[in-house]
Design a protein around this ligand. Structure first.
Ligand code: GLV
Ligand code: MN
Ligand code: MN
Length: 412
C-alpha cells in the first residue's frame, strides 16, 4: 500500500450511518421493515448509493439490482470485495446485513482519511434480496452474481404478494445495465452480526466463520374439504390445517431426536378460509430445514416428505410441495479463516472459529473466490427481531478486523 497515516475506524461515523439507514423503514421497537425491492428498499438503496458516490467509488448496478462500488487500486484487476445486504425481513433489526455494507463503506472512508491507495482495487457491494422473505430463494442477488441462478429465472420469480422480481426491480429503478455473471473477484469477506448466542455466551468478540450450514426450504400445500365445525364428526373430517400441524410437529420432533445439528422451522402458515367455525380446506405453509451435515439434511428432508405423504393418507387430504431454496453446506477458505483469527488476536480480541447458522451472500461468493466472514456478537442472540442489537465496541472491533483483512488481501 502507498503509505499515509495508520488507518483507523471512525466509530461515530459508522454508527451515524447505521442509525440513518435504520430510519428508512423504521418500525416500532427500534426495528426495520425493508423487504426486498419495496419502496423502503429503494429509499435505503438511494441513501447507500449516495454515500458510495460521496466516497468517490465507481458505482454500478447490475441487471438483478446488485450494487457494487469500486475504489481504484494501484493496479487494475479483480477487487477485494466486501459487502452484504440491506434488505430486511418484515420485522428485522438494523444490523443484519446493513452492518456489513456500512462497515465496508467505513473501511473505504478510513483509507481515504489515511491517504492509502491499495495495490488491488477494493469493492463494497450490496446484493439484492438476501433475505428471501418476499421472493425465494434467499441470497438471490449473490446467487445470480455468481452464476448459480439464471437471470431470467430470478427476474420471473413470483413473491408472496404475487408480483415478480423483474417488475419490482423496474418499479424501484434498480434494473441496472451492468451484466451479471463473468464478474471476477480476488477475494470476498463479509462482516455480519452473529444472529445467535454463542459469542456472547462464550465471552468472545470475534467469530472467524468456518462455513455456512445447508439450507432447504419447502412450501407445502395441503388440500382437504371445508365443512362446518359444529356438525362434522371428528372421524369424518378432511382437515388441511390439522395435517399442516402434524407435519410441523413431526419436523420439530425429528430435529430434537437428531440431537442438535438439525433445525426445523415452520415460519409461515396460511389457512383457507381461516375462519373460527370452518374446517380449513387448504393450508399453505413453509418448512425451513438446516444442518451443517449435508447427508443428514438430505435424510431429514426425505423423512419430512415421507411423513407428509403418510399424514395426508391418514387424514384423507392431498399434499403437494415445491422447493423454494436448496443450498449445500459451504466451507470457507482456510487461509481466510486463519487470517481472521490472526488479525483478531493481533488486535487483542478474543476470537473463536464457528459455523454460521444463517445464510449469507458470502456462501455464494465462496463458489467463485477465496471467501471468509467475520462475526460480532448479537446481544441476547436475537436477530430477525426488532430488538436485534450489537454493542458499539463490538461494531468497532469487527470493522477494525474487516479493515485489516481487506488491507492484507489487497496487498497479497
Ligand atoms: C437469511 O437471513 C437466512 O438465513 O434465512
Ligand atoms: Mn443477513
Ligand atoms: Mn437476515
Amino acid at each position: 500500500m502507498t503509505a499515509g497515516a495508520q488507518p483507523r475506524i471512525d466509530l461515530p461515523r459508522l454508527l451515524d450511518r447505521i442509525a440513518r439507514l435504520g430510519q428508512v423503514g423504521a418500525i416500532e421497537g427500534g426495528g426495520v421493515s425493508r423487504l426486498a425491492l419495496s419502496e423502503e428498499d429503494r429509499l435505503g438503496r438511494d441513501l447507500v448509493c449516495g454515500w458510495m458516490r460521496e466516497l468517490g467509488l465507481a458505482v454500478s448496478v447490475d441487471r438483478i439490482g446488485n450494487v457494487v462500488g469500486v475504489r481504484a487500486g494501484r493496479e487494475a484487476g479483480p477487487p477485494v470485495m466486501t459487502g452484504s445486504h440491506i434488505d430486511t425481513v418484515r420485522t428485522g433489526g438494523r444490523y443484519d446485513g446493513n452492518l456489513g455494507v456500512l462497515a465496508g463503506l467505513e473501511v473505504m472512508a478510513a483509507l481515504d482519511d489515511a491517504g492509502i491507495v491499495t495495490r488491488r482495487p477494493l469493492a463494497v457491494a450490496f446484493f439484492t434480496n438476501e433475505e428471501g422473505a418476499r421472493f425465494a430463494p434467499d441470497m438471490m442477488g449473490s446467487l445470480v452474481f455468481q452464476g448459480g441462478l439464471a437471470l431470467e429465472d430470478a427476474l420471473a420469480t413470483v413473491g408472496v404478494d404475487g408480483t415478480t422480481v423483474g417488475e419490482n426491480l423496474r418499479r424501484i429503478g434498480y434494473d441496472g445495465p451492468a451484466p451479471v455473471g463473468g464478474n471476477r473477484v480476488h477475494a470476498f469477506v463479509e462482516l455480519h452480526v452473529e444472529q445467535g448466542p454463542v459469542l456472547e455466551h462464550e465471552g468472545d468478540t470475534i467469530g472467524a466463520v468456518t462455513g455456512v450450514q445447508g439450507i432447504h426450504w419447502i412450501e407445502f400445500t395441503v388440500e382437504g374439504v371445508s365443512n362446518h365445525a359444529g356438525t362434522t364428526p371428528m372421524a369424518l373430517r378432511r382437515d388441511a390445517g390439522l395435517v399442516a400441524a402434524r407435519i410441523a410437529c413431526f419436523a420439530r420432533d425429528l430435529a430434537r431426536r437428531s440431537g442438535g445439528a438439525q433445525l426445523a422451522t415452520v415460519g409461515q402458515v396460511n389457512l383457507f378460509p381461516n375462519l373460527v367455525n370452518v374446517i380449513p380446506s387448504r393450508a399453505v405453509f413453509t418448512l425451513d430445514l438446516r444442518n451443517t451435515d449435508g447427508a443428514a439434511l438430505r435424510a431429514a428432508i426425505e423423512a419430512c416428505l415421507a411423513y407428509a405423504r403418510q399424514a395426508a393418507r391418514e387424514e384423507g387430504v392431498r399434499v403437494s410441495h415445491r422447493v423454494l431454496a436448496d443450498f449445500e453446506p459451504v466451507e470457507f477458505d482456510e487461509a481466510v479463516v486463519a487470517r481472521v483469527e490472526a488479525i483478531a488476536r493481533r488486535r487483542g480480541l478474543r476470537v473463536r472459529r464457528m459455523p454460521s447458522g444463517a445464510g449469507h451472500d458470502a456462501q455464494m461468493l465462496a463458489r467463485m473466490c477465496p471467501t471468509g466472514m467475520v462475526f460480532v456478537p448479537s446481544v441476547g442472540g436475537l436477530s430477525h427481531n426488532v430488538k436485534e442489537y450489537t454493542h458499539d465496541r463490538d461494531i468497532e472491533a469487527g470493522a477494525g478486523v474487516l479493515l485489516d483483512l481487506m488491507l492484507e488481501l489487497s496487498e497479497q
